[in-house]
Design a protein around this ligand. Structure first.
Ligand SMILES: Nc1ncnc2c1ncn2[C@@H]1O[C@H](COP(=O)(O)OP(=O)(O)OP(=O)(O)O)[C@@H](O)[C@H]1O
Length: 768
């Protein structure tokens, strides 16, 4: 690239930055006006709320006026927020207005045109696009096309053009730091630069360097089930976030950020990714972990977390055949069949009680339920039963309203209470005073019986926990599960429930059973459901999530090699299984094989841990070989660990010691915290502190660190290939440096012929 050319480009950058600066001035003035207007209205509002609270008629009038003012406040606040967002977008653009340029020659145009692409559009006062949003239809050429004839989709159909030039820029604070012309989709030079940077504790957007396969994930608007299987560090999480930004742009009118939900692996991760969408001018989607979701659905029960189960699996043998069945689509089908045919006499109805006495007897409830034929779906029968109970409750209220205690209560009501009970009804609305008194009487009784009303509304008259036991008792079992093993599961479930506990494996089938029988649990608002680290979810859980969010399109992302909780599966078999279980109409699998996170030596080592690791393509970023440090007792090991830590801290911003489980993390913390600024992270932590962190690997899922020290990769600690996924996940968290500390002989997974010694630096101290 000639310096002349760079000077021309810099002149354009200067001009665009100048125009953005002018726009910022104007927008700031607009913002100040909007802010002042809002303040005036708010002042007026707070003055109004302190008057006229004594006379009922005045109160009603005041309330109408207040409602009008509240609507005005909300409109002005929204307006102020919009201007504030615009301002923020312009301020970001001013620093780095764009990262790409494409020159195209449209068939019906005389001359070629240069288009510049950035994180948002910028249009000058004459309606010229000085910068195109990276999500605009034309921008897809930048990510997908190689020079020559290219096509791109627009709302009006596919368009053709000739791509003459593709240029990438790195612009910081208005200055071009580097620029390259490329024929590739997005050239490696730029990626080298971006990936070589240090980690700054939160994830960055990748819009300047999105790769072709990632772009397919981001721009897919047709699939109802999109499964992404990508190796560690291949940009799955990045792709989800840019996909959300794309979807919000693409469906601006009918999709809001809070109609998108992401199931994330842990709370640290939620925080780690929280800056990406705002950096693209979008609001964050909803985020929830599986544990949070289940806790919310099972209020009052202590549901086992994935982490607790992982820890417990390491200590107690697991009956794999039973576990496989409990987590399968067959189990969920069995639940659905059971609910569909469950006769009234097997429904576990319970009494609705009030003040220690039976208000509605369970046999009365059963008789109502039994009125409706078995052809009516169970949730509908349940709803009809609720309606009948509501009617009967109304009747009981009317009867009770005649009781003496009610009349006595009315006599003692203050004016204020009387008006409160009248609620929206105006004084004098009733023709007879008796009617008004009757109304008040029923209102008093209704409030007294609210608990019964709530019990009916919430369907508390069905004991879903015993119903689940009844289901388990009759559940058809696969051949490899014996009746005795199954009975042990039923007993354990009953025992747990008694202590308000629930095993993770029971959560999805139990929720499914509850929803199918009672008709609750559905969220029709969500339009997109994303599940990251899907390999840690059972098919049963995914089926439940799809059931719970019936309108949502699904994007599931994972890496079966990183399965800490179960065995590895091939992407194709996963898609087949999911497509069938989730009844997808348009299922699509995208496989990402190129790993971007780690240096070449780290990825080379990590992939060699896996039997089929040669499918992983390492990005060619140079770096030091992973270092294996072997010591033969704990004191020597901690001395070495302290030494390594000091060295790593000198060169890196984020250093993590990753362990196999919580017990190890606690131990490492005990040994080191006196000498280092060290934080042990647990599943309640939400953000990554400065200094060194120590945490079990399952809490580091989805995260990355400049330097990783894997604690105790000895043969004793990682004896068999059951731990391959754990070790691979640990190694693949490292961006620039990886150290493997072993106390005693190193794991056979590392001392394997698949890993040539030349791929490692080995520091071996013989015991004396
Ligand atoms: N196209 C890209 N341009 C620049 N950086 C990228 C690109 N794709 C991925 N990266 C970077 O690679 C790293 C790994 O990405 P990400 O965390 O999205 O991968 P992942 O597949 O979700 O990883 P894992 O499954 O191991 O958690 C991040 O630092 C991300 O910014």
């Amino acid at each position: 690239m000639t310096t002349n050319e760079q000077a021309n480009e810099q002149r354009r950058v200067d001009d665009v930055v100048h125009q953005i600066g002018n726009r910022i001035d104007r927008t700031t003035a607009e913002y100040n006006d909007a802010h002042q207007e809002l303040r005036n209205v708010l002042k007026n509002y707070s003055e109004n709320t302190s008057v006229n609270w004594f006379e009922v008629d005045d109160r009603i009038e005041t309330s109408a006026e207040l409602q009008q003012q509240r609507a005005l406040v909300s409109r002005l606040t929204e307006n102020q927020n919009i201007i504030e967002n615009q301002l923020h977008t312009f301020q970001e653009l001013q620093k780095s207005p764009y990262f790409g340029r494409i020159d195209i020659q449209d068939p019906d145009e005389a001359a070629p045109e240069s288009l510049y692409i950035g994180t948002a559009s910028f249009v000058d006062d004459d309606e010229n696009f000085l910068v195109y949003d990276w999500r605009a239809p034309i921008s897809s050429i930048y990510y997908n096309g190689v020079l020559g004839k290219v096509a791109y989709s627009t709302p009006a159909g596919t368009q053709q053009t000739d791509l003459l030039k593709k240029r990438q820029f790195l612009i910081q604070d208005g200055q071009i730091k580097s620029m390259f012309d490329t024929n590739e989709t997005v050239g490696d030079e730029m990626l080298q630069h971006v990936l070589g940077e240090q980690n700054d504790a939160t994830m960055q957007n990748i819009v300047a360097t999105i790769q072709r396969e990632q772009n397919d994930i981001i721009r897919d608007v047709h699939s109802d089930l999109l499964v992404v299987q990508g190796v560690a560090g291949s940009g799955k999480t990045s792709a989800i976030l840019q996909r959300i930004a794309f979807l919000l742009y693409h469906s601006r009118r009918d999709l809001e950020a809070d109609q998108i939900v992401l199931f994330s692996p842990n709370r640290l991760f939620s925080h780690y990714i929280s800056d990406v969408l705002p950096s693209l001018g979008e609001r964050n989607m909803r985020q929830v972990t599986l544990a949070e979701f289940l806790t919310q659905r099972f209020q009052g029960l202590n549901v086992q977390t994935q982490f607790a189960r992982y820890e417990s699996d390491q200590q107690h043998p697991v009956n794999l055949a039973v576990r496989r069945f409990q987590e399968s689509a067959a189990m969920m089908d069995a639940v659905a069949d059971y609910c569909q045919q469950c006769p009234a006499d097997q429904m576990q109805f319970t009494d609705i009680r009030f003040k220690g006495r039976v208000f509605f007897d369970h046999d009365e409830i059963r008789a109502i339920y039994a009125r409706y034929p078995a052809t009516v779906p169970p949730a509908e029968r349940f709803l009809k039963t609720k309606n009948v109970l509501e009617k009967r409750l109304k009747h009981r209220i009317a009867e009770e309203a005649q009781a003496d205690w009610v009349r006595d209560t009315i006599d003692q009501l203050s004016d204020e209470d009387y008006h409160n009970l009248l609620g929206a009804k105006h004084l004098g609305q009733f023709e007879q005073l008796d009617d008004e008194i009757d109304f008040i009487a029923r209102e008093i009784v209704r409030r007294r019986f609210r608990q019964v009303d709530d019990a009916i509304y919430n369907g508390y008259f069905l004991d879903v926990y015993s119903q689940y036991t009844a289901f388990l008792q009759q559940c058809p079992l696969p051949q490899d599960v014996s009746a005795a093993d199954w009975q042990a599961i039923v007993d354990r479930y009953n025992h747990d429930i008694e202590f308000h506990k629930l095993a993770l494996t029971d959560a999805a089938p139990l929720l499914y059973l509850r929803d199918l029988l009672t008709g609750g649990g559905l969220n029709h608002q969500m339009q997109h459901l994303f599940v990251d680290e899907m390999q840690d979810y059972s098919i049963a859980q995914l089926i439940y999530l799809q059931h719970a969010f019936p309108r949502a399109k699904l994007t599931l992302l994972g890496d079966s090699e990183q399965a800490l909780f179960k065995a590895v599966e091939s992407p194709e078999s996963i898609l087949k299984k999911l497509g069938a279980a989730l009844h997808a109409k348009h299922a699509r699998l995208i496989t990402l094989r190129r790993s971007y996170r780690s240096t070449l030596p780290i990825t080379t080592f990590a992939k060699a841990l896996l039997p089929d690791g040669d499918q992983i393509e390492a990005f060619n970023r140079p770096g030091d070989l992973p270092k294996v440090v072997i010591r033969y007792d704990a004191p020597a090991a901690f001395k070495a660990l302290a030494h390594e830590l000091t060295a790593e801290l000198a060169d890196n911003q984020t250093v993590a010691i990753l362990t196999k489980n919580t017990a190890e993390a606690k131990y490492v913390y005990q040994e080191l915290h006196a000498d280092f600024d060290l934080t042990r992270l647990t599943d309640t932590d939400r953000s990554l502190p400065q200094g060194v962190v120590v945490l079990p690997i399952y809490l580091a899922k989805g995260l990355e660190f400049d330097s990783v020290i894997a604690y105790n990769v000895s043969a004793e600690n990682y004896p068999t290939d059951q731990f391959t996924g754990t070790l691979y996940t640990i190694a693949s968290r490292a961006m620039h440096h990886l150290t493997l500390l072993s106390i005693g002989p190193v794991s056979p997974l590392i001392a394997s012929e698949r890993i040539p010694q030349s791929d490692l630096q080995i520091e071996h101290e013989l015991s004396n």
